[in-house]
Design a protein around this ligand. Structure first.
Ligand code: MG
Length: 338
């Protein structure tokens, strides 16, 4: 019989994290476990405030999940459909069950998920390391801390874009990507900035304008010399149709879409639609980040640094070697409790 357990936890961030939407220094998460015989699968829900979930909503949702209705963890389609229909939304809470179930099933099979899916671990992308907004001296120090990464993700959109990029460029010539977090409001100014950013060695732009600004974003994407990626504008598989043609690609995150199974489906469909694919994460322990890493051979770019931004991780798993995602051989999602 499968038993679901869960508890609240608070991630402590190494640096206060500032994006166009605000600042914070902690992130609430739920840690889940599915026990089956002597095997335990681990999962996690990370709940940054802007997605609307928190400890209270997650406890309420997870309290309704009754896995005793199922006699085998391999009934993943049935179990996850059941979990999905318990209530709308609650994607992070749903992801925490999905991840724990994948960890459990993978451990019972004795293989990591990238092998079960038949993905080539040599195809994992470089992962970016995020440089949050700060004054130029702190930005330079953060770039120095990121020396083992081959691509840096710079947060823009608060009116100091050129200063941020110039500070980064004063200390490194590595490729950059930028995340504007919906911060730009004028499409012509946005386009001018994109051309300038291309000259600065930026390779793609994430969420330049409001998630609801479809017409302006489509206008920008058509003229942009760089791929434009949807993050806040894209959540679940149902959103693929509305972002296709408006953005060049999508940022897939387990916490937005409900877990590994949904993310795998999204990535297959997006690829068939000809979209670029990024696999990202929230501030998370190595549990959810390593689960996302299992899918990274399907992505063009990875942004899997969430576990590196916290001081109180509870698991070992994903490693970064020479800037590239390295998938552990560990069965399941590839983690061990510390
Ligand atoms: Mg983003």
């Amino acid at each position: 019989m499968m038993t679901l357990r869960f508890k609240s936890y608070e991630l402590q961030m190494n640096h206060e994290f500032t994006i166009a939407g605000g600042s914070r220094s902690t992130t609430p998460v739920m840690l889940t476990e599915i026990a089956y015989g002597n095997t335990i699968g681990y999962g996690e829900a990370s709940m940054p405030p802007y997605l609307g979930e928190n400890h209270i909503t997650a406890v309420a949702f997870l309290s309704k999940v009754d896995l005793s209705l199922f006699d085998s963890p391999f009934l993943m389609e049935d179990i996850l459909q059941y979990v999905d229909q318990i209530a709308p939304g609650n994607y992070a809470a749903k992801a925490s069950v999905d991840i724990a179930l994948h960890d459990l099933a993978g451990k019972l099979i004795g293989q990591p998920w990238y092998k079960i899916w038949g993905l080539n671990p040599k195809r994992t992308p470089n992962t970016s390391f995020t440089i949050g907004m700060d004054n130029p001296e702190v930005v330079k120090a953060k770039v120095a801390e990121a020396s083992r990464f081959n691509i840096l993700k710079v947060k823009l959109g608060k009116g100091n874009d050129r200063d941020m990029i110039s500070a980064v460029r004063s200390v490194t010539d590595k490729p950059l990507c930028v995340d504007v977090n919906q911060g730009w409001t004028d499409r012509q100014e946005a386009l001018d900035m994109v051309f300038w950013l291309k000259e600065q060695g930026v390779v793609f732009i994430e969420q330049p304008m409001s998630k609801t600004a479809f017409a302006d974003t489509a206008w920008l994407t058509q003229r942009s010399p760089l791929p434009v990626i949807a993050d806040e504008a894209f959540q679940t598989v149902a959103d693929l149709e509305k972002v296709n043609g408006v953005y060049s690609g999508i940022n897939v995150k387990l916490m937005k879409c409900g877990g590994m199974r949904a993310a795998y489906t999204i990535m297959q469909i997006a690829r068939a639609m000809g979209m670029k694919i990024m696999i990202g994460c929230m501030t998370e322990t190595s549990c959810a980040v390593t689960a996302a890493a299992q899918l990274s051979p399907l992505a063009d770019w990875a942004d899997l640094d969430g576990n590196l931004l916290i001081g109180n991780d509870l698991f070992s798993g994903i490693r970064i070697t020479d800037g590239k995602v390295m998938l552990p051989e560990t069965p399941g999602i590839g983690i061990r409790p510390l």
